[in-house]
Write a protein that binds this ligand. Structure first.
Ligand code: ASP
Length: 335
């Protein structure tokens, strides 16, 4: 018989571990996951550690660092790590940990549920079981698992507030799915480690996400620079359209000239922004605006926060965005 896989379950809170309190659902520690953990112990050696106990809307970059550090320190003692987490900001945490843990050498799988685990019809047991199967798969990387689908952490987006199919892999195939054959992993989707695992947890919170709306005041860029922001991710229209008339362009130019890194992505969930298609986009590229291409907003935000945290210059950040670090971006083939 093959030795049983040793899996660490790190709990962080979220609906999966919540119980009703005086003012609604409150996250608790792993005691509330006990019945499912006992079941999983029929198949795996499960070690449980309560890392934090938060509704994920309260998770900040400092908690991402705590998760990344704990995963990095523990990685040699386990075959895989499952992180139970609230769904609301799980795509941000999974993206952040993907960048902080470069070339991680074991599977790290984020999961949660839409209904607390104690509920009879909870989706939690299914999500935990699939996550454990992925954590035991031997495929290194940071993943997010939900509704029997496993995706790269940096490609996940929460698309439903209450439905069980709450996450989708945006502009990337699923890394694994479940069928009557069991867990089927698509190895083409999973980036291979290129060197030894590294912990790079430094991150900056000085990045602002700006969703463009028709008629937005260009003074917003002055305000953001006065507030000390060092990066702006602009969720632009369609392929990357930006309202450049009425001084919009000069606001962005000044921001770039002041040393702020500006990344443009699209408000559309699917496909890629491409600033080279329209005149307005090419004007932005001339100014040094960075293309976010088909990255999710979560991945673009966190990549910029992380790049600034690494102390990179504006030029180095632009070069970093032209590289695919963890499978987060589809780059055009040079032809
Ligand atoms: N508010 C919860 C959280 O993100 C939602 C959930 O876990 O589904 O912690």
């Amino acid at each position: 018989m093959l030795p049983r896989k040793r899996i660490l379950l790190l709990t962080t809170g979220g609906t999966i571990a919540s119980v009703p309190g005086g003012q609604g659902l409150e996250p608790k520690d792993s005691a509330v996951l006990d019945r499912e953990i006992r079941y999983l112990r029929n198949y795996y050696d499960v070690i449980v550690e309560d890392l934090m106990c938060l509704d994920s809307s309260n998770i900040r970059p400092v908690e991402w660092q705590k998760m990344a550090r704990r995963i990095f320190e523990s990685r040699q003692d386990y075959d895989g790590i499952v992180v139970s987490h609230g769904t609301d900001t799980m795509a941000y945490s999974a993206s952040a940990v993907s960048f902080m843990l470069q070339d991680i050498d074991l599977p790290v799988v984020f999961t949660g549920s839409q209904l607390p685990l104690w509920e009879l019809l909870s989706d939690g047991p299914d999500n935990l079981r699939t996550s454990f199967a992925m954590a035991a798969s031997g495929r290194p990387g940071v993943f997010l698992c939900f509704d029997r689908k496993v995706m790269l952490g940096c490609r996940a987006v929460k698309v439903r507030a209450s439905g069980f199919s709450a996450f989708q892999s945006i502009n990337a195939h699923y890394a694994a799915t479940v069928s009557s054959l069991g867990l089927t992993v698509d190895d083409r989707v999973i980036p291979r480690p290129k060197g030894p695992a590294m912990l790079l947890p430094e991150i900056s919170s000085d990045v602002f996400l700006l969703k463009l709306t028709p008629g937005l005041s260009p003074r917003i860029f002055d305000m953001l620079s006065d507030m000390g922001y060092r990066g702006i991710v602009i969720e632009a229209f369609g392929l990357g359209g930006i309202n450049v008339m009425h001084q919009g362009l000069s606001g962005i130019r000044q921001a770039v000239e002041k040393g702020i890194s500006v990344v443009v992505t699209t408000q559309c969930l699917y496909d890629s922004a491409d600033l080279q298609v329209y005149q307005v986009g090419n004007k932005l590229l001339e100014m040094g605006v960075i293309q976010g291409r088909d990255m999710t907003t979560e991945a673009a935000m966190v990549k910029l926060m992380w790049a600034i945290g690494q102390g990179l210059s504006q030029e180095e950040i632009a070069r970093l965005f032209a590289r695919n670090l963890r499978g987060e971006i589809t780059l055009q083939e040079k032809g």
